[in-house]
Design a protein around this ligand. Sequence first.
Ligand code: PLP
Length: 419
Amino acid sequence: MSLEATSGMRTTRAGRPIYMDHHATTPALPEVLEAMSPYFTEEFGNPSSATHAYGARAAEAVEASRRCVASLIGARPDEIVFTGGATESDNLALKCAEGRAGQHIVTCAIEHEAVLVTCEKLAEQGWEVTVLPVDGHGLLDPEDVARAITRRTALVSIMMANNEIGTIEPLAEIGRICRERGVLLHSDAVQAAGRIPVDVGALHVDLLSLTAHKMYGPKGVGALYVRDGIAVPSMLHGGGQEGKRRSGTLNVPGIVGFAKAAEIAMRDMEVESTRQAGLRDRLWDAISSRLDQISLNGHPTRRLPNNLNVSFAPIEAEALLTSLRDCVALSSGSACASGDKKGSYVLRAVSGEDSRAARSSIRFGLGRGNTVEHVDTIAEHLARAVERLRSLAPQTVEVPVGSNSTTPRTASTERRVHP
Ligand code: PLP
């Protein structure tokens, strides 16, 4: 994307706002579309059609894609179950607990709703659910996980990296604890995959959720990694596809696109993550040098390379987003939660129920298309908008818990903390 002046406001060449909401979704890359294209037309076969070459070629494409997605996370191809996205993967993962002894699940307060709401449903069915707190940086203490596990615990579900504040959880340590205690560990790695290395062996996870549209692939396709030997109950009954684990005709173009996105992520991860972390740090420097009374949400070092989350208290995030919407596409939190009057439940878990940070924070999700020019333009518009809104409503500024003026520098730190 390049910039040009449009009615006094600098936007992209097409006159659209600069997109910096890559935690919500990412655009499919041209190579991804190119790889998918034949599977809508000449290679349209159903991979379950075993009697002719059309079916065989589609089945070959699916198996090649399975190998590619598996290699992104250090898994075996037969440990990958293709799904309709991460919500389905998370639901399916938690279903795996049902076949085990004990009816207790351990999770944490800042998980995505795909996990939290599924846990609520299990609680309605009589399951005991322990929701662990996080500290002021959004970090979970592995010792809390160890203390929460009882003889009844069937499964622990902890995300690898948070979708709002970017904090990277100590998953390998949690994995060791779960393995020692014989408890299944599921991780939602949707925001981490393709941005930081994910190795299911080193993390000791048993189940791991992925989705293509957060890594420059198509929407509506994802995967659940299921460690060899773990039984997956059928959520959808029918033709028995995916080893009877997920019935339904496979989304061949989507799966091929997912694999291409995974291949590109593996190829470019180091360079892109370092570049985006540099842009993210530049954005923080630019914002914090122009504005006082702001604070960084999330961990200063253990965070995703493309994530910045900043509180501009006492300004309401929605007011700030409205004043910026012609220039930049940002959000105040997860795509599913935006519009919630109480503000982000993730930030409430991090900064306290009454904290203004939950209603005054903006999430910046950098991506492949963002440039230095984007960052500088956004910082300039943001500073002007914040100053204007503050002058309209000069209130006492509450600096939230977890506030930190430390620059979130990190791409390399993330790689160090995650084997
Ligand atoms: N988990 C996390 C951490 C997410 O950020 C999202 C998307 O917002 C999901 C799960 C749901 O993914 P999908 O849109 O593929 O269902």
